[in-house]
Structures are given as C-alpha cells and as structure tokens.
Write a new protein. Structure first.
Length: 412
C-alpha cells in the first residue's frame, strides 16, 4: 500500500476497546522485579540508605543518583550519556565518563563539561560520585566489568547483549544479589514504536490467535571492529538479534519448546561474525517466532510480518527514534504516516486493509525506570532474570546451529 492511499476500514478498527491493563500489554508496563538479595529480600531503594554503605559510596546522598558511563563509542555517547543527562528531573545526574582513548576523552570533556573523565572503570570506581555504572562496551567485556562494578557497590546498567552465555549471566546475577545492587540490561527496544504497535494490535484481537511472527532486520555492510570478531561480539545474532529475541519472549506467553538456527558466513573476509542468521523459536503453545538478521541483504524484508487466524499485520519500517536520538532530539520523534503498520482482516464480511495508529514509546522510559527503581524502589522494567532467559535461547541457538538439530533452551 502506497502513502496517500485511502485507508478505509481504519475507523472501524480504531473503535475497538483498548486492551485491559491486566492483560499485561500496556505499553511500558513494568514487570515485577525478580531481583533479590541472597536472603530473599528486595534490595532497599538507595534513598533509605543515605549514609555511606560500608563500600565507600553514599548512595543517592545528594538526592540525585550519580551516573558513570564506561565507553564513549557510539552507544556511550549517543545513547547513554545523552539519555541519562535528560533525566536530571527524574533523579539521574551524569557525573563521569570512562574511555581510554585520548581523543574520546577530549570529546567527552567538550560534550559534558560537568562530568569527570576517567581512563578506566577502575579509576571510575574510585570516584565516590558515581553510584550507577553504565557499560557501553563490547559484549565480551560485560560480565567482568559488571561484576567489578557491583562488587564495588554500584548499581549497573549493561547494554545489550547482557553477556555471551548462561554461565556469564549467572555470575552477573549472583554478583548483583550478593551486593544488593540493581542490575539491568538496556533493552531500549521494548519501547520501540513498531514493537509496541504489534503488541497493541495483538491485544485488541484484530489478528485473532497469532501463530506466526517474522521479525527481521537486514542491512548491507561488512561489520567492523569488535562486531566483526565472534570472540568479542558473539556473532551476528548477538547484535540486533538480542533485541529481537527479547521482544519475542515478551510478546509470546509460555515456554519455548525448541529452537532451530541456521547461520551463514559469506563474503566478508575480515569477519568471522557471520552474514546471516535465522533463529526459529517454537513456543509450546504452537506459535512459531522467526528472527532473521543479515548484513548481506541488498533489499530489506518487512520489519514485521505477523499472521493470526483472523488477520495479518505487515510493517515495513523500523522504529524511528534512532535518527532523532543522534540529533539529540528524542522528544521530537515523528514518522511519516506511510510507515504505519497495515492490518489485513475481514470485518462484517468486508475485506479490510487498514493502517493502524502507531503506539509511540520513548527510550527515555528506560532511564526513568532505572531512577525509579534505584531511588524510589519501583520494580525494574528489565529484570535480569528475564534477560537470562534470552541468553538461554542464545546458548540453545549456538548448539542448534552447530549440530543442525533442534534444542530446548535451559530452564524452559
Ligand atoms: N541498545 C542499542 O540500541 C544499541 C545500539 C548500539 C550499540 N549498542 C551496544 O552498546 C555496546 C557498545 O557498542 P558501540 O556501538 O558503542 O561500540 P563502539 O562504538 O565500538 O564503542 C565501544 C566502547 O567500549 C570501549 N571498550 C572497548 N573495549 C573495552 C574494554 N576491554 N574495557 C573497557 N572499555 C572498552 C571502547 O574503547 P575506549 O576505551 O577506547 O573508548 C569504546 O569507547 C554494545 O553492547 C552494543 O551492542 C546498543
């Protein structure tokens, strides 16, 4: 359907009742936190322990939670320093950046004159002003850096993918529980417009019972730096795939019975990360969720193709937030009307093809929730044990891709 086509049928669909809150589909709804200290208690919000806590950090003593971002590459700069500095009114204050690179250090000083610039995480951990450490570093560093920051009494946000395997996830969760500090993963794409819209359409019942999801991100270009190296990045599935698997586990209820995985490595001679991966999650309730990622695709597929017993949804476009984030204008995000998801179904005997209103999330919600969790005891929106489940899917995918056989993820 081209932009400008008359979307007849939209009125009919739009009058359906909104999803009940208890259905668990409301955009941005926080999940119950599963974070516990060793003796089973919830860690106390920082606000109730203003005094130094024995580890040399006065948590939230100023009424603001001091944030330190490790890594001043793309994510550290464009995502974390920017988003954390927006949430001052919510209780976050960007106080430090760590990067070993002198040019990046100079840039961080220019960009954030109020923040101290350190060379390493260890230097940052000697800085009492930092109470929450954000890791915007390659995937193979996440476990060790997170464990060090937690052991030093800091809360930790780690960018996706949480880590490279289940053993690493367990070490990180254990470290957080031992320290009584929060650990969460930057799954910003739980607030993506395309994903929230799919969730909303499902909750409204417009597709009937869903049975097939195809969730795809394709591009064309050789991976560079640590992403090109499987030992550092984990391979092609661990980049965009981390978001797509997380969304799959959020969208479809119940256990994953088995996964199948096919990967290919072509063309890119400087990389062993792979050029294509297709991961099929067979849920026990019969739903098939197919995640596809590729860096050797001259033409993209739709971002979403969803079939239910009563209808189909197609959305070509990805979430629109990233270009606005890069212009430091996250509050000004818009998308052309032609990028809306289109639902195909039958109503009262009439075939309906309707562009549906997009549900607009904001990546700001992630850090707002972190502030609420650390300072006011709210449940974490992205609980580490939820993400551990995704890491179990990745372990199973690795085994399935190696053997060519279906594998049931651990713990399902
Ligand atoms: N959620 C999203 O939408 C999204 C988007 C993009 C990236 N990411 C994630 O963000 C993370 C970083 O990706 P990126 O694109 O920002 O990578 P990048 O541009 O290559 O930057 C990586 C940063 O990590 C630092 N670093 C590298 N190795 C390190 C080590 N051993 N110890 C400490 N610091 C180290 C780098 O070095 P220096 O010390 O030299 O500065 C650099 O500042 C990854 O987990 C990635 O998946 C997420």
């Amino acid at each position: 359907m081209r932009a400008g086509t008359a979307y007849w049928g939209i009125w009919d669909l739009s009058r359906s009742t909104p999803p009940p809150a208890e259905a668990g589909f409301a955009p941005g709804r926080a999940k119950r936190v599963s974070h516990r200290t060793r003796d089973g208690r919830r860690p106390q919000p920082s606000r109730v322990r203003w005094q130094r806590d024995g580890r040399g950090v006065a948590m939230g003593a100023s009424g603001q939670l001091g944030v330190g971002v490790v890594g001043y590459g793309y994510a550290g700069r464009a995502f974390h320093c920017y988003l954390a500095s927006l949430e001052r009114p919510h209780g976050l204050e960007l106080r430090a950046v760590a990067t070993r690179d002198p040019e990046r250090q100079a840039r961080a000083r220019r960009d954030h004159p109020g923040a101290r610039v350190h060379a390493t995480l260890d230097d940052m951990l000697r800085d009492d002003a930092v109470e929450l450490v954000v890791l915007a570093t390659p995937h193979d560093t996440h476990r060790d850096l997170a464990v060090r920051a937690l052991a030093a009494g800091r809360h930790v946000v780690v960018d996706k993918v949480m880590c490279l395997n289940l053993a690493e996830a367990d070490v990180m969760i254990e470290a957080a529980e031992r320290a009584g500090r929060l650990l969460t993963v930057f799954h910003n794409r739980r607030w993506d417009w395309d994903y929230l819209t799919v969730r909303d359409v499902l909750a409204r019942g417009w597709l009937g019972a869903p049975y097939l999801f195809e969730s795809t991100v394709f591009g064309y270009g050789e991976p560079r730096g640590w992403r090109a190296c499987r030992a550092q990045g984990g391979g092609i599935l661990y980049d965009w795939g981390a978001h797509l698997v997380d969304q799959a586990l959020q969208l479809v209820p119940g256990p994953v019975g088995r996964v199948e995985c096919v990967t290919q490595s072509r063309r890119w001679s400087q990389s062993d990360a792979g050029s294509y991966a297709r991961l099929s999650l067979h849920f026990e309730n019969g739903v098939l969720f197919v995640v596809e990622v590729g860096n050797l695709a001259r033409r993209a597929k739709p971002r979403w193709y969803v079939l239910g017993e009563e209808g189909a949804l197609v959305r070509q476009a990805r979430d629109p937030q990233e270009p606005f984030l890069n212009r430091r204008a996250i509050d000004a995000v818009t998308e052309p009307p032609g990028e809306r998801a289109v639902v195909h179904t039958v109503r009262d005997g009439l075939a309906v093809e309707a562009a549906v209103d997009t549900v607009r999330g904001s990546w700001r919600a992630f850090y707002q929730n972190v502030a609420d969790a650390a300072l006011r005891g709210a449940p974490l929106a992205v609980a580490p044990r939820e993400v551990r489940r995704a890491i179990a899917v990745f372990d199973a995918a690795e085994a399935a891709s190696r053997t060519g056989l279906p594998v049931r993820p651990a713990g399902e």
